[in-house]
Design a binder for this molecule. Structure first.
Ligand code: 13P
Length: 295
């Protein structure tokens, strides 16, 4: 069933587990997420990055929405990292259940104004909004400790930002990075604990690929209710295709697709188990979801 993102994250937070949000690009990715979630009786999120939206357009959104509706477990559909009002409008018009209004590349006051405006818009559709203060980088390389800390979420600023924008979830920057961690990941847990103390909405951690199990569970304990995963799943897809294409056996395209789904599903399964959302599907039967499904 198509789930409300707000219900997924708030229920996860109350019951101390987290929702896995997986970036998807095509049919294989969507099937892998839904199959993994169904096999574990887990809720999950299909997440579309703006570049993937630009490439796949409304047919890709329709694929995600229909797969969520047909699924036997609660699945939300989310627009990841959008800095564009028109992409957010497109996502909301298509019935997506949440968007990330990402003003983090802007100066703080502009981020606040953008997030506030997008939150008003999304709420008028019944959808939820994730925003970010601080700035997640693609790599830790080349930054001094001071520079890294300057990009991290300021727990005091978080109070003002959440109150002024009425945003539903906050993505935190506590040392997490997108893509592969070039060295041992180091997360600033005291900072996360202070953010949790200061604000009362579900927190999101981007860059979950490559984080060890101990950091995942500590983050959940300290209030993270959604993890974004892309790199590890994408890698499983590419490796699967490479392996199949280098084999001398000639095979149908659907066989290659099935192998890719299986390999991505294995990674997603491992993440859902780490996030503690297996066997939690039954907690998410929300009337709000039915309302969205009827749109
Ligand atoms: P990874 O690619 O590091 O898993 O991060 C994904 C992400 O945060 C998408 O928003």
């Amino acid at each position: 069933m198509l789930a409300s993102t707000r219900d997924l994250l708030e229920t996860a937070r109350r019951n101390v587990y987290a929702i896995g949000a997986f970036n998807v690009y095509n049919l294989e990715g969507v099937r892998a997420v839904v199959l993994a979630a169904e096999a574990l009786q887990s809720p999950a999120m299909l997440q579309i990055h703006p570049s993937s939206l630009k490439f796949g357009g409304t047919p890709l959104v329709a694929l995600c929405m229909e797969s969520a509706r047909e699924s036997t477990v609660p699945i939300a559909v989310h627009l990841d990292h959008s800095t564009s009002k028109s992409a957010i409008q497109q996502a909301l018009d298509a019935g997506m259940t949440s968007v990330m209004a990402d003003g983090s590349p802007l100066v703080y006051s502009e981020n606040l104004a953008f997030t506030k405006q997008m939150t008003e818009l999304a709420h008028s559709y019944g959808a939820a909004v994730e925003a970010e203060i601080g700035r997640i980088s693609g790599t830790e390389d080349g930054l001094s400790v001071e520079e890294k800390e300057a990009l991290m979420t300021d727990p005091d600023q978080a109070i003002e930002f959440v109150a002024a924008t009425k945003v539903d979830f906050l993505a935190v920057t506590i040392g997490n990075v997108h893509g592969e961690y070039k060295s041992e990941p180091r997360l600033d847990f005291p900072r996360l604990a202070q953010i949790r103390k200061n604000i009362d909405i579900p927190l999101v951690l981007h860059g979950a690929s490559g984080l060890p199990a101990s950091m995942i569970s500590k983050s959940i304990e300290l209030g993270v209710s959604k993890f974004n995963v892309n790199t590890e799943v994408r890698k499983a897809y590419v490796e699967s295709l490479k392996r199949d294409l280098s084999s001398t056996k000639s095979r149908d395209l659907v066989d290659l697709m099935s192998d890719a789904i299986k390999d991505m599903q294995a990674v997603i399964t491992e993440k859902l188990l780490l996030f503690g959302s297996a066997n939690k599907a039954h907690l998410h039967q929300s009337p709000y979801a039915e309302m969205l499904a009827l749109k």
